[in-house]
Ligand binder design. Structure first.
Ligand SMILES: [Zn+2]
Length: 577
């Protein structure tokens, strides 16, 4: 009987929890009209959203969330107002650290997989707000360079979900101070929304502004470069279908338009030299990208940020980065990245972003050699090594699982689809060679890269390189097996009958992911670099001919991310004969 009571209590908890399943509904369609009033830091929104019940139960209650500095005005279904209660909901998914949540009672239960369309209205202000960072101890001066979103009379730039919920979202609370909670909630939201359609009409009413301003919402925005005259208003439209990894973002500023197809270049006064670095880099960057990835086909946009210390931000083919820096290397790399997106659309984040980050390194190699390229890749190392460490620690808890991480092929975690993917493409290039990888990339078609054939990319590269790469894709792309850890297990020097020096080298990989690693034998007469495939938890042996007595072996030049690099140098102490 006692057991039954406990069970009843549990049941009632379960049904209460079910009523508040905040992530039950996915917003599959947005059709929003947003009016900006920059002097008041204000926006007003009207539009329609479609909610699909992705839970296993019928739902009568929907929780819709917008930034805490915005207020719900109306919610209607079939033209009739529906009952809703508005309440604050603490969550670090928004820059204010909170959301305005409307708990909506729908006119009827929505069955699993069924949808309902809501007409919504909300308005309010979006001032600069770094609360979610300052309350976990980030000094305000630093926090505002990261949390730069605001509607302002001289400069407006607002990023969407994950930064500012200027459109409705449906999420569980995210907490910055709780490990990865914020990123988990934000990544989950992105994954749920990847197939959604988002349509935005942004307008700035005509008024008293003296100067002309440019309203932007993406590279392909219709009317985006239209400028506001003194009395005329302006309107731009943007649409993403599917949304993919795009974070809908808008900006409004007195931009100097220096566009030259396919680049839409918007800079701020005083940043002329920085903007010219982009203009000058366009031709060589386009030439480089065309050779590797095909000609850029879609427009790209790079827009200036008012605060020179702002962290750059990218969404689809729109890059927002301060042009105060006057850095030609950075301008070249940024352009290459966006041009790759223009040349190679893909609905797979690890292909779309991974190739663009990989291309940055390739471009640096062309200008400054392999080490310069590895330095670019190295910027990704820390973030993604930490993520893999956490995955490995979680895997240890769930014994039996090799890793609790995320398969690269399906992840919506930026650390993976940007940083890990950049390394994966680089390793594929080292294994397949430039010509074979180029050939595979040229054959790639996003529409063919669907769930129908999960091995599409692998097969393209294998066909071009004429090499089995199944093991590599298994360890790095289809599953998250963590990282390799390669070291020299043994070295055996000997002399051939012809009198030349040979050494037999055995490398051991202590990790769960295999890799083809380069290693360099340093000897009296110079050095020899070669490559060898070392599978997970295995050893591999090869012979290297050297000109003089071998002194040292250095495993891995930094192109293979490893969990431990302290064991990569091996001294050959035995005297050579
Ligand atoms: Zn990108």
């Amino acid at each position: 009987m006692k057991f039954l009571c406990v069970l009843c209590v549990l049941c009632s908890f379960a049904s209460a929890a079910r009523a508040l399943e905040r992530e039950a509904f996915t917003i599959t369609k947005y059709d929003l009209a947003i009016t900006l009033e920059p002097e008041q830091q204000r926006l007003g929104a009207r539009g329609k959203i479609t909610l699909r019940n992705d839970s296993a139960h019928p739902q009568k209650i929907a929780a819709l969330q917008i930034s805490a500095s915005l207020d719900w005005r109306s919610i209607r279904v079939d033209g009739k107002p529906v009952q809703f209660v508005s309440q604050p909901y603490i969550s670090d998914i928004d820059h204010t650290g909170a959301l305005s949540e409307a708990i909506v009672t729908l006119p009827a239960e929505i069955q699993p997989k069924e949808s309902v369309e809501l007409e919504i209205g909300y308005e309010g202000v979006i001032p600069l707000d770094a609360t979610r960072l300052t309350r976990v101890g980030v000094p305000e001066e630093i926090a505002k360079h990261t949390s730069w979103d605001q509607i302002g009379s001289s400069f407006t730039a607002v990023r969407g979900a994950g930064y500012v919920a200027w459109y409705p979202i449906t999420t569980e609370s995210a907490d910055f101070s709780e490990g990865n909670s914020l990123f988990e909630v934000a990544d989950r939201w992105k994954a749920r929304e990847a197939e959604s359609a988002f349509k935005l009409a942004l307008s700035l009413p005509g008024g008293s502004r003296e100067a002309t301003q440019t309203l932007l919402c993406g590279a392909e925005a219709r009317g985006s470069s239209g400028q506001a005259g003194k009395d005329r208003g302006i309107q731009v439209e943007c649409g993403w279908s599917p949304l993919g990894t795009v974070t809908p973002t808008f900006a409004l500023a007195e931009y100097v338009d220096e566009s030259k197809a396919p680049l839409k270049l918007f800079s701020l006064r005083g940043h002329e030299t920085g903007a010219s670095k982009y203009s000058n880099a366009l031709e060589p960057a386009t030439k480089f990208v065309s050779g590797w990835f095909g000609p850029p086909v879609a427009p790209i946009a790079i827009a200036d940020l008012a605060d020179p210390n702002s962290a750059p931000f990218e969404s689809g083919t729109l890059l927002m980065a301060s042009m105060a820096a006057e850095d030609s290397k950075l301008a070249g790399i940024n352009l290459v990245h966006e041009l790759v997106h223009s040349a190679l659309p893909s609905s797979r984040p690890w292909v779309y972003e991974g190739l663009a980050h990989f291309a940055e390194a390739l471009y640096r190699q062309e200008q400054g050699g392999r080490q310069a390229a590895l330095d670019v890749l190295g910027l990704h190392r820390a973030a993604f090594l930490d993520a893999e460490k956490e995955a490995a620690a979680a895997a240890q808890k769930n014994a039996g699982e090799k890793s609790a991480g995320q398969p690269l092929s399906s992840t919506f975690d930026e650390t993976y689809y940007r940083s890990k993917a950049a390394y994966v493409w680089w390793m594929l290039r080292d294994m397949a060679g430039d010509d074979a990888l180029k050939q595979a990339i040229h054959k790639y078609r996003s529409e063919d890269d669907t769930d129908k054939n999960p091995k599409y990319v692998e097969q393209l590269i294998e066909a071009a390189a004429k090499r089995d790469l199944g093991w590599f894709f298994d360890d790095w792309v289809y599953r998250d097996r963590g990282l390799p850890d390669v070291h020299v297990q043994s070295v055996h020097p000997w002399q051939t009958e012809k009198g030349s020096q040979m050494i037999t080298v055995t490398l051991e990989n202590l990790g769960n992911a295999g890799a083809e690693v380069p290693f360099t034998v340093i000897c009296e007469g110079g050095e020899v670099t070669t490559r060898i495939e070392v599978r997970a938890k295995s050893t591999a042996t090869t012979r290297v001919e050297v000109r003089g007595a071998a002194r040292e072996i250095v495993v891995n030049d930094g192109s293979v991310p490893e969990s431990d690099v302290t064991n990569n140098v091996f001294q050959i102490s035995a005297p050579q004969k």
